[in-house]
Design a binder for this molecule. Structure first.
Ligand code: GDP
Length: 336
């Protein structure tokens, strides 16, 4: 059920991504007018938003898209000042850790400097919109403690983590020094059927669906000895919204608190497709190894639970089966 329009408006950077699409759906359901900032690029397909942009009751009335790049302060400024939203959700940035080793400069330009530019701009607004930056567990890299909480020292081990650490800390500085309503959602890995196939979870579930259908024989992966705290993206955008509704701006760890080996993810995904032994279907390809891996990234979301009443609603088994099922039906439809 969608609420009637209310007077609230939000800007979302990174609206075409996995989180952007879930957050947009949620805000529209809550009666918001949503403005998405999108990058000019030669790729115009926005499959994660199609169900909204093709709906005439939504697109152009409750949802608007605007072109601007995070490295172009004048165009961002023009849009944000014109809309003067109540809330800004900053989700954009180069989001792939592996790629950040190949393109460290642009990763920092978008993720670190892009955040600073937005904050600088909000400082000049009266009243300043509330601001939420999506941080990452990668800021902790090799943490002193596990699980991590909002006070754990940052110790990133890759360019992506460094850029996110800059963004998280800068957000804190603008809150503490300028009194802006700025929050960080320090989000651990969050997945869904909308996750890009360059991330290991979706790469696996997509391959499993195709292997089960006899369309391919194996999947090539990198380091299988890794572990992650994986949650469902639809749950994580709820935490982002709740953080913005709390009376005080704060940082929140958004995580499930469960550390899962990648091999366990493989096991569940293949088993759900009726394949008991995944090993013959996985080949190791050194191309997918990274120069460094983080360790023991598992979050303690107690503050989000206590202050926001937030908790994950989807466990790992449900997440993996949701993704495999979605890939199976997509693979059937597209016959690719
Ligand atoms: P990240 O946690 O944001 O880096 O998310 P990814 O899904 O990209 O990677 C999660 C972990 O899976 C990392 O430790 C990777 O090294 C590992 N991994 C193993 N094989 C692959 C692969 O083929 N692709 C990706 N993306 N990651 C892989």
């Amino acid at each position: 059920m969608t609420d009637p329009p209310n007077s609230k408006s939000a800007i979302i950077t990174g609206i075409t991504g996995q989180d952007g699409s879930y957050l947009t759906e949620m805000l529209i359901e809550k009666g918001y007018t949503v403005h998405g900032i999108i990058r000019r690029s030669s790729i115009t397909a926005r499959p994660r938003l199609d169900h909204l942009t093709l709906d005439p009751e939504v697109y152009g009335t409750r949802l608007f898209l605007h072109y601007a790049d995070l490295d172009d302060a004048t165009s961002i400024r023009r849009i944000i000042f014109k809309i003067h939203p109540d809330e800004v959700y900053h989700l954009a940035g180069q989001s792939h850790v592996g790629a950040s080793f190949e393109i460290p400069e642009s990763t920092c330009e978008f993720t670190a400097m892009g955040t600073l530019r937005l904050l600088e701009l909000l400082r000049d607004m009266d009243p300043a919109p509330k601001f939420l930056n999506v941080g990452s567990s990668e800021i902790f890299g090799h943490p002193d403690d596990a699980p991590q909480d909002e006070d754990t020292k940052m110790n990133p081990v890759n360019p992506y983590g460094v850029a996110k650490a800059f963004a998280v800390q800068t957000t804190r500085i603008y809150r503490d020094s300028f009194g802006l309503f700025c929050c960080n959602a320090i989000a651990y890995n969050h997945e869904s059927p909308r996750r890009s196939k360059s991330f290991v979870t979706r790469k696996i579930t997509n391959a499993v669906a195709r292997i089960a259908a006899g369309k391919q024989d194996h999947v090539s992966l990198g380091n299988l000895e890794v572990e992650r705290d994986w949650g469902f993206a639809g749950d994580y955008v709820k935490a982002m919204w709740l953080a913005m509704q709390h009376e005080e701006p704060k940082d929140y760890i958004v995580a499930t608190g469960t550390l899962t080996p990648l091999k366990r993810f493989l096991e569940i995904a293949f088993a759900h497709a009726g394949i008991d032994d995944w090993q013959p279907h996985v080949k190791i390809d050194p191309r997918y190894f990274r120069p460094a891996e983080p360790t023991r990234l598992v979050g303690n979301a107690q503050r989000a639970k206590d202050l926001l009443g937030w908790g994950p609603s989807v466990n790992l088994q449900q997440l993996v089966t949701m993704m495999v099922d979605a890939d199976k039906s997509q693979s059937k439809r597209r016959d690719d």
